[in-house]
Design a protein around this ligand. Sequence first.
Ligand code: AMP
Ligand code: GLY
Length: 426
Amino acid sequence: MKILVIGNGGRESALAWKFLRSERVKPLLCIPGNGGTASLENCINVSLRMDDFEGIRRFAEVQGVALTVVGPEVPLAQGIVDYFLEAKLPIFGPTQRGAQIEASKSWAKELMAEAGIPTASWQLCPDRESALSYLRKSNFPIVIKQDGLAAGKGVTIAANLAEAVDTIERLFTQNSEQRIVIEEFITGEEVSVIAVTDGETIRPLIAAQDHKRLGEGDTGPNTGGMGAYAPAPIMTTSLQERVQKTILAPTLAQLKARGITYCGFLYAGLMITPQGDPYVIEFNCRLGDPEAQVILPLLETPLESLLLACQAGSLGQFPPLVWRSGSCATVVLASEGYPVNPITDRVITGLENVPADVLLFHGGTRRKNEQLLTSGGRVMSVTAVGDDLPAALAKVYDAIDRIQFEGMYYRRDIGWRALTDRQGQP
Ligand code: AMP
Ligand code: GLY
């Protein structure tokens, strides 16, 4: 059967790789894919633009694609799923209305309030004056978020009133029509719980933790994620049950109450407070990047069977998911200048020296003649499974020592939190 993956990052490389583990998936089609997917056996990159919904739909129809899976949030928020559903073509991902859960912070916050889901207290500020007057009454630090999609760059944590006022001024100078959400700062440890749902049943995948900050010790600017690992030691069975009961199930019920049949991945970015209580920091309408790179290698269940069951509305009858034992870790190799101004077109060498059990999920690469070049900030996620997290990380860092490109940057401390946690101790 033919499966079509939309996207061109490390997450989509991991999706393509995982689909191709099933013998019945052949070929795997990628729109547009990248230099890594181009070199996977039985994987074909198709050069259509991700916003060419008409072209993509026609392609899927003519090819007789059994399932289209959408990786990134932008086409989902722009309604690619509605477009497919109108033509009765099978697709996995939420409709434009469902994707609001990521595309509008205030929409998601209202939904959480209706469903009584634990989240930071918040205020929607439609203009500069309301934002400034709310800040004058607030405690610090405080979190300021752009309401719409901002490619992971829409969040500022302001330490005091002066910083908060500067942020508001900057945001409204950039765009005076801006809507801002200001919310309470919650302390704790972050964990990503990504679930699959058919709109009736919701099942979590294994929990993962990513490192969003650029610098070691989780410092510096936010990025799309510099590395990740799964399972997350903080997610105990009892916490998982609580997340299911107080977050995932009520979110799905509230989506239904709004008339939305949400079929797709639902990503809950959680903060676990020092008291052990889970709060929702954000929802995303897709798999995480780099979380996908560590979740999918641990999943033994064929992905196409799981997602086809969701698409058919029969997730409730699907057998329990099967996971490999051990841990998976990934470290993102980034370009010089990432995340602000990545320098690209640098030649990547040494990949042939990487052991076969290390997975290289390309994110920003392209092939030119016989060379592999960097083509974006997040060049590749170097990934390995091991008996435990230290073993997985050792394989990853050993592989990274064999890879070169000019200006290559990566964090050397991925997994530090799990390695120093009580449960994660080596
Ligand atoms: P988001 O784009 O909403 O995931 O936010 C980016 C990052 O900002 C999160 O991963 C958190 O580290 C941090 N963050 C967002 N909201 C809060 C909050 N209410 N309290 C503490 N940290 C937050
Ligand atoms: N890793 C964070 C995200 O995908 O949004």
